[in-house]
Design a binder for this molecule. Structure first.
Ligand SMILES: [Zn+2]
Length: 512
């Protein structure tokens, strides 16, 4: 936003506030006033106000307390200053900029934290338009992402993180994790200088794939020394979840390594199995849970709880494996999926995770069985106090940024969690897993990462989708739902406007 613009906005807001204040005086002693919202279409995206008042909202606090309403939340700059209920006079604007949003019919909750949000500037060889991924995320109320690989370059993503924080970039807050380059460390002695280098380049954690145990152990020690938490994606290899927990991982991504730690002997794959063939790798991965010994799984669960490992299951991204046609025909793909991304998803051995060149009814049945085991494990882990988070891994397997995060919430409902627990996974748990103590909780003094949702996500998580839900009103089916506003560090974004911009980018790409 330019300076001249900022001044114009501030004066217009002051005028609106003054009108609101006289409105209050006229009603003194009567019903709590319903201030007229400032028309958001005229507001610049990402404006930061000295005072932002979110009135008459239904509050879901992010830590699992019962919802309350109506509540008024006052934000000063980037902080939540006051949460009150009942009658509240509109504060006088004073000298600063001021904005009131009336939240009638809206739920207010913390912004979502997606722990598995790959920032992609490209799909395959094709460039994605600038801001495409970020707008889909912010448009779905995601205010923080962990980039679990920084595939677009660690230093570049660290810079994006800085620009997002300062408000220059319309994007969620970004926590860059760097992939530990296994190919550069043949011995344990080589590990520490590499970790030091990644920390210097701006990594706030490490993503660790399959490694030899001695290297992994050294890495655990080194990462702790440099204060970098480890997120692990074990694939199928020598190190299983039991060993990784011993090496000090913070989060376990997906599910790899869990059934493997409960096998008697090695994985019983067909003799012709080839790990590098992704079709075979994904096909036979679904056989691992049924091969696992339940007593060993139980012991593993106890160990993971003791070591306080966070599970970041990413159920949604694998859903294609249990229902390929559902994944390929999701209604939002036509409007919001960039053609380059759709092309990337189509079967092609050159593209990671685009392996469905042969996917049978039996494969889908195997994966449905896989999900039953997996969901039972994650549900039980949460029931015993283990930390569960939300991660989408969007950008693969027909899973679209933003939409995929909401689908993850839905799948955790299928796993058996209560909606309040799921929203805690999506907010407070994510913040804690990233050591962001002042986020993910609507609480005075905490950072104002908030979303206003049309409808109640506790009643139906689907209202969080950018495409909303269909409801019968006065005899007609109408569209409701969607995130109305995303507030990140006090900056207000009009979420539907961001999504409309994405739709326009996609339409332009198709036309061109
Ligand atoms: Zn990933």
């Amino acid at each position: 936003m330019s300076c001249a613009n900022a001044v114009a906005v501030v004066s217009r807001i002051l005028l609106a506030a003054a009108l609101g204040a006289s409105h209050v005086r006229a009603q003194e002693g009567a019903e709590p006033p319903r201030s007229a919202p400032v028309p958001s279409a005229e507001e610049p995206q990402g404006a930061l106000y000295d005072t932002l008042v979110l009135r008459n909202v239904r509050l879901i606090d992010g830590v699992g307390n019962p919802p309350r309403g109506d509540v008024h939340v006052v934000v000063k700059g980037d902080r939540i200053a006051k949460i009150t209920s009942g009658w509240m006079p509109i504060e006088r604007a004073g000298e600063g900029s001021y904005r009131v949003i009336d939240g009638q019919g809206l739920s207010l909750m913390p912004g979502l934290v997606d722990l598995h949000g790959h920032i992609h500037f490209r799909a395959g060889d094709a460039k994605l338009p600038e801001g495409y991924v970020y707008k889909l995320w912010l448009g779905h109320g995601i205010t923080t992402i962990r980039d679990p690989a920084c595939g677009e370059g660690l230093e570049r993503i660290a810079e994006e993180s800085r620009r997002s924080e300062s408000g220059e970039l319309v994007a969620p807050a970004i926590v860059p994790y760097a992939v530990f380059p296994a190919e550069r460390a043949a011995t344990a002695e080589e590990v520490d200088p590499i970790v030091a280098e990644l920390a210097r380049k701006g990594a706030r954690g490490l993503k660790v794939f399959a490694l030899h145990p001695d290297i992994y152990q050294a890495l655990g020690v080194s990462a702790a020394r440099h204060g970098l938490p480890i997120a692990t994606d074990l694939k199928i290899g020598e190190v299983d979840a039991r060993m990784a927990a011993g090496y000090g991982i913070r989060t376990l991504e997906h599910w790899y390594g869990i059934p493997d730690a409960a096998l008697r002997g090695v994985q019983r794959f067909p003799p012709e199995y080839d790990w590098d063939d992704e079709l075979q790798r994904f096909r036979w991965a679904a056989e691992l849970w049924p091969q696992a010994d339940p007593a060993e799984l139980e012991k593993l669960m106890e160990l993971l709880l003791e070591k306080r490992v966070t599970l970041d299951p990413t159920f949604a991204v694998y859903e294609v494996n249990r229902d390929l046609e559902r994944a390929r025909n999701l209604p939002w793909l036509s409007t919001y999926a960039h053609p380059a991304l759709l092309a990337f998803f189509e079967p092609n051995p050159r593209n990671h995770a685009s392996f469905h060149w042969e996917w049978t009814a039996l494969d889908e049945a195997r994966w449905k069985e896989h999900y039953r085991h997996w969901m039972r494990f994650v549900r039980e882990y949460g029931r015993r106090g283990g930390r569960i988070t939300i991660g989408s891994d969007a950008g693969y397997m027909y899973q679209l940024y933003g939409f995929g995060t909401i689908r993850e919430l839905e799948m955790q409902l299928e796993a058996g969690f209560h909606p309040l627990e799921i929203l805690r996974h999506a907010t407070r748990n994510g913040a804690l897993a990233l050591d962001l103590e002042d986020r993910g909780h609507v609480r005075e003094g905490y950072r104002a990462d908030l979303i206003l949702v049309d409808g109640d996500p506790l009643v139906d998580l689907k209202v969080l989708y950018g495409t909303g839900v269909r409801r019968l009103e006065a005899g007609r089916m109408v569209r409701r739902g969607g995130v109305r506003f995303t507030v990140k560090g006090g900056r207000v974004y009009d979420a539907p406007k961001l999504l409309a911009e994405v739709a326009a980018l996609v339409a332009a790409a198709k036309g061109g």
